[in-house]
Design a protein around this ligand. Structure first.
Ligand SMILES: O=C(O)CCC(=O)C(=O)O
Length: 286
């Protein structure tokens, strides 16, 4: 699929999400899953932190495995249909729910803590590397809720929550209005950062593995005052709002770990806005 059709673009504007969009073959999804699971097997216990925490946060700085998917032309073509030709990647992380796991994601709006000052020029691509059925705890969306402003959120820091602060929308969300975004391996959803979304537990016998790539336009404002980062994926950055970084090749090399630490420590200051310490982030991360 070269770019989105005008009907797809209109649907995204109306609903705040679009899915399923086929981007990888099931074989390619299985290949990338095998690479991710190889990282888990080969590096567990050999790094400063558990492998899962590197995969959950800025995985693209720790390994080039996620970039093989995030940079795929089929992914970027669809994203270009939303953002236009200049595309920067702001983050790239795996959301993994183990088989038969109680882990959930509470109702939230992504843009609440990203320090992007209300900008609309972002989109999240969620790419399934395993079956993301309703039973496996796929995402669910409230269509049209992206037209709301950011509503108040509470930080729960719940153990079972995969989100950085266990953040949860503090107003009533009508579950009856929610639509399940089930994805087969290799399919992708796109969602807007103000869309109300959540996901339930994984009741299946297989892991639910999603690669989540956050794309922005380079003109997206940052409250990080020169302390934010991005990776240009297509087009040109004419704004210089974020430092452009070039991810390094390899898996968990010393050079990668140095860059990883620098970038995540700086970004944590923005993501931890309002908290006493950035150490509290990702307490519930898988
Ligand atoms: O993977 C999930 O269940 C939720 C992911 C999510 O909230 C997001 O991609 O913004």
């Amino acid at each position: 699929m070269p770019h989105l059709t005008s009907a797809q673009r209109a649907q995204y504007e109306r609903d705040g999400f679009l899915c399923p969009i086929p981007v990888l073959t099931s074989g390619e999804a299985a290949e990338n899953r095998a690479l991710v699971e190889g990282l888990e097997r080969n590096f567990e216990g050999k790094l400063e932190q558990p492998v899962g925490s590197y995969l959950r946060l800025a995985s693209y700085l720790a390994s080039d495995v996620p970039l093989r998917v995030a940079r795929d032309a089929r992914v970027l073509d669809a994203v270009e249909g939303i953002l236009g030709p200049d595309i920067m990647m702001w983050s790239c992380e795996y959301f993994i729910k183990e088989a038969n796991s109680e882990k959930i994601v509470s109702w939230h709006q992504d843009l609440t803590y990203w320090g992007m000052d209300g900008s609309d020029h972002e989109v999240t691509a969620w790419i399934a590397l395993s079956d993301a059925s309703e039973a496996a705890g796929c995402m669910k969306f409230v269509p049209g809720s992206h037209r709301e402003q950011i509503v108040p959120h509470n930080d729960t820091f719940s153990e079972d929550n995969l989100l950085s602060r266990g953040q949860e929308i503090a107003v009533e969300v009508d579950e009856g209005e929610a639509v399940a975004a089930a994805l087969a391996p290799g399919e992708m959803s796109l969602h807007h950062g103000r869309l109300f979304h959540a996901s339930g537990p994984n009741t299946t016998g297989d892991r639910r593995i999603g690669l989540v790539v956050r794309f922005i336009r380079p003109d997206t404002p940052s409250s990080g005052q020169g302390k934010d980062f991005g990776v240009m994926m297509r087009g040109v950055d004419r704004h210089g709002i974020r430092a452009n970084i070039a991810p390094l090749a390899g898996d968990f090399t010393p050079a990668q770990m140095k860059l990883y630490k620098e970038v995540t420590a700086t970004q944590a200051e923005v993501l931890a806005d309002g908290l006493d310490s950035a150490d509290a982030l990702y307490s519930g991360a898988a």
